[in-house]
Design a protein around this ligand. Structure first.
Ligand SMILES: Nc1ncnc2c1ncn2[C@@H]1O[C@H](COP(=O)(O)OP(=O)(O)O)[C@@H](O)[C@H]1O
Ligand SMILES: [Mg+2]
Length: 381
């Protein structure tokens, strides 16, 4: 969808190029995050896509067409652009700001209004409340939301976002990141996202391009980047807590144990005992009538119980559980919080889907590193 072919940008008077021999491809519908220290060439890279700057050498293709062969205005109408301090026009209202491109395109006023209303709702702003406000009357987070809405006004297939959440406080930033990822799930734009924050890159990126002094040093999925940094620069940039960060990316399903005996809480004691008969496991999961997890019973307690139904009082509830979408980070956090070695995984109707064990998380992450270290890209090779 967007591809760079040996792109170099050298500003007049500069000794070294700001961007040097950059080649990469960004698939349609994905978020590619450009990350690296200040001055490494991220903004320059972005601004060559919508032709604010022209490459000194090489070519950039959007949708298979070289950008330099297109009329710059037409090109930009298909590319939404969001920048750090929002770049909102201070003398325009929220409505006028978001309506900028539709008005340029000569849309009917009704259609424009409808579109602006829809977009404001999409980015979590009440249209009635904000319609006539000026940028100075908005908080940082609200301003960024308007910036995103404005960039999406004509529904461009491509979005360029240059440190879009850089100027807001950490809590608002986290919120904006989440909202934007939810929005992206619906709109599926092809996005180039610039940040200097590696955690933001890991959270937002389907793929991450790490840059150093104008050169691309690694282009990979967040998972691969964390497991197998290409060199010391990348390793240092990611930080020594990369094994903790990678937990955020791995879904619990990677280590989910699904084979479990379950028994209904209205079963007879003989059934409870026989569910332990041909297994070495010491616990059986207990579900209630509707299939939700009630807890578990141990072999010892099943032996200790005496009456047919009285075994019920031995059911031990799980102190914590995580949903199917949880990450290993979530599971580990629950284990540490409740001082337990395993957590049940439940689907949205709280039905039991399996267990995640601390030991399995440990060995999974350990093996993943080993695999990379022994592999072709590994540090040991
Ligand atoms: N318009 C410009 N004219 C000359 N040099 C520039 C211009 N814009 C950026 N640079 C230089 O190019 C390099 C890369 O800058 P930039 O792309 O803005 O980096 P980043 O966005 O990663 O901080 C820096 O050395 C910067 O000083
Ligand atoms: Mg920049």
């Amino acid at each position: 969808m967007i591809s760079f072919k040996n792109v170099t940008k050298k500003y007049p008077g500069m000794v070294r190029p700001a961007v040097e021999d950059l080649s990469l491809e960004i698939p349609e519908g994905e978020i590619c995050v450009f990350v690296g220290p200040s001055g490494c060439g991220k903004t320059t890279t972005l601004k060559m896509i919508n032709r604010i700057f022209e490459p000194t050498a090489g070519e950039i293709f959007v949708n298979g067409r070289s950008v330099t062969e297109q009329n710059a205005d037409t090109l930009r109408q298909g590319i939404g652009y969001v920048i750090q301090k929002t770049g909102l026009f201070p003398h325009y209202t929220v409505y006028e700001n978001v309506a900028t491109v539709p008005r340029l395109l000569g849309w009917e006023e009704d259609r424009t209004q409808e579109r602006v209303r829809h977009l404001l709702e999409l980015v979590g702003l009440d249209p009635e409340e904000n319609w006539f406000k000026f940028p100075r009357e908005l908080s940082g987070g609200q301003g960024q939301r308007v910036g995103v809405a404005r960039a999406m006004a004509a529904d461009p297939p491509v979005m360029l976002m240059d440190e879009p959440f850089g100027a807001v406080d950490p809590i608002t930033r986290t919120q904006l990141q989440h909202e934007f990822l939810n929005l992206q799930r619906k709109v599926q734009k092809t996005i180039c996202f610039v940040t200097h924050d590696i955690d933001e890159a890991i959270k937002m990126g389907d793929r991450i391009a790490i840059m150093e002094n104008g050169r691309l040093v690694q282009f990979d999925t967040p998972e691969n980047l964390l497991l197998a940094p290409a060199n010391e620069f990348v390793g240092d940039f990611i930080g020594s807590d990369r094994s903790l960060k990678v937990l955020n990316l791995l879904p619990v399903q990677k280590v989910l144990k699904r084979q479990f005996r379950t028994i209904r809480d209205d079963a007879d004691l003989t059934d409870v005992r026989s569910s332990f008969a041909d297994t070495k496991r010491n616990r059986v999961i207990v579900e209630n009538e509707s299939g939700t997890v009630a807890g578990y019973i141990t072999r010892e307690d099943a032996d200790r119980a005496t009456s047919a139904r009285g075994w019920n009082r031995f059911i031990k509830p799980f102190p914590a559980g995580v949903p199917m979408e949880a990450t290993l980070h979530d599971a580990l956090a629950a284990m540490l919080r409740y001082d337990i070695g395993a957590v049940p995984v439940m689907d949205t109707s709280r039905s039991f889907r399996g267990m995640v064990y601390l030991d399995d998380i440990r060995s999974y992450v350990g093996e993943a590193y080993q695999e990379y270290e022994n592999g072709p890209n590994g540090a040991a090779s």
